[in-house]
Design a protein around this ligand. Structure first.
Ligand SMILES: *Cc1c(COP(=O)(O)O)cnc(C)c1O
Length: 452
């Protein structure tokens, strides 16, 4: 019974993945409406698992967005690598809780192994402490919580016990192009997202080092590697020199950008980033593992532990090595290290470098095909992000709508320095040269039939 159920799930999953190249990127309207067949009120009696799976595949699969395929270029979205997906299934069957080592020795050990491998690929000092969280938002939160602890401890204030009421003020400096997830993390941490000091950005969105403020008192500087629109990097070396001279903590939101370090051809972009105090990175973006997965690294792990440890409880282990839950916001958590371990193992150092380089090459190719087709590229394509204008803001928005309806590929919109733009993010292992060519041709065709 269970064997045929799990086999059926694998067969259906495989069929779904095989259908990706030939299906439209967004589901048809009637497919989305049909999801209602899965809803309604809670049934009184249980149902046979095999018919549940059959129903889920029949009405669920057609209503998915093909983010696992090669022609989804919205936001910054990876696809799960086959090895990572398969390992994720096995880990699902294991049903391990990765909160503490005694609950799952294998989850704990694969997590520390994957963290060490990721740190090595990304140029993080080996003495830094890493932890798996749900994504870059929580990685930003965790890194900034460590910063909050360190800065206030140095000012004689134990924030985890006493809270922020009456605490010495902490100045927060961000770039004008700060990602919204950092602002969200700041609001969750009681720093307030509106009391930040903003540093003006240049035409690519980088913090301007000629406009840095003076630093007084406890200060955290939030910079980024990989602007979500342009892919640009804040200058880590100059920022660290200035910030550390003033005794500030430097946090880098490096959600997808730090993966550039894994490719020798792009490594120069990350120069100096090994000198920062905390890093937030995603695994579910450029490492192409299943959701949800991200990593925080903190140079001095004591601060992360102090920020994340709860009060002692008699039934919870207190190991000298440190339990995962002492370094993360959660207690119970899934074994994220397993799928990351499998992804890293399946590609190896060379394969990761190739994945990053290939996505960057796709971005360059996309930009050049679109330029040839008469579109205007708004950014310097240094990484995997391309910004496109089709003339007026109004026309650009209409082209984006029409491209999304066309269904060959999916690209989102943004506003870049006051101008409407299409965003194209090349982040998936599954994207081929042919996907890029077909998508560029579709965008040019749609644009040519959109009135000025
Ligand atoms: C995607 C992204 C985030 C948020 O990451 P999640 O994994 O969605 O939480 C933060 N910063 C940057 C630069 C990003 O691209």
């Amino acid at each position: 019974m269970e064997e045929s159920l799990l086999t059926d799930a694998a067969v259906r999953a495989h069929r779904y993945r095989q259908s990706l190249p030939s299906r439209g990127v967004v589901p048809a309207g009637d497919a989305v409406e049909a999801v209602e067949r899965l809803c309604g009120s809670l049934p009184e009696e249980g149902e046979d698992p095999s018919s549940i799976l059959q129903r889920l595949d029949e009405f669920g699969s057609p209503a998915t967005v093909s983010t696992a395929g090669g022609r989804y270029f919205g936001f910054v979205i990876g696809s799960s690598l086959p090895a990572a997906l398969a390992a994720n299934w096995l880990a699902g069957a294991w049903d391990q809780n990765a909160a503490v080592q005694s609950m799952s020795p294998v989850a704990a050990r694969l997590e520390t192994t994957a963290l060490a491998w990721i740190g090595d690929l990304l140029g993080i000092p080996p003495t830094a402490r890493g932890a798996f969280v749900t994504g870059a938002t929580m990685a930003n939160f965790s890194g900034l919580a460590a910063a909050r602890h360190a800065l206030l401890e140095a000012a004689g204030w134990y924030v985890e016990a006493r809270g922020l009421f009456g605490a010495p003020p902490v100045t927060v400096i961000v770039g004008d192009e700060v990602h919204v997830s950092v602002l969200k993390a700041l609001s969750l941490l009681g720093f307030g997202r509106d009391r930040v000091v903003r540093v003006p950005a240049d035409d690519q969105g980088r913090m301007r080092t000629d406009r840095l403020p003076e630093i007084h008192g406890p200060t955290v500087v939030c910079a980024q590697a990989g602007n979500v629109n342009t892919g640009a990097f804040d200058p880590a070396r100059e920022l660290c020199e200035w910030a550390h001279r003033g005794g500030a903590w430097v946090h880098f939101d490096a959600a997808f950008g730090l993966w550039a370090h894994a490719s020798p051809g792009r490594r120069a972009l990350t120069a100096g980033i090994d000198g920062v105090d905390s890093w937030a990175v995603d695994a579910h973006k450029w490492l192409n593992v299943p959701y949800d997965s991200g990593v925080v690294f903190v140079r001095d792990g004591r601060h992360l532990r102090a920020a994340m440890s709860g009060a002692a409880a008699a039934y919870l282990p207190q190991s000298t090595l440190g339990e995962a839950m002492e370094y993360t916001p959660e207690m119970s958590r899934r074994a994220r290290g397993v799928d990351a371990w499998a992804a890293l193992r399946s590609l190896g150092r060379a394969g990761i470098a190739d994945l990053v380089e290939r996505c960057c090459r796709h971005a360059t190719r996309m930009a050049s095909l679109l330029r040839t087709g008469g579109c205007r590229i708004l950014n310097e394509v240094v990484l995997n992000q391309v910004l496109v204008s089709f003339g007026s803001d109004e026309r650009t928005r209409r082209v984006i709508d029409a491209v999304q309806r066309d269904g060959t590929c999916w690209c989102g919109g943004t506003v870049w320095h006051g101008t409407a733009a299409m965003r194209i993010s090349l982040s998936s292992w599954a994207t081929t040269d042919d996907d890029v060519d077909r998508s560029a041709a579709a965008i040019v065709r749609v644009a040519s039939t959109t009135p000025a």
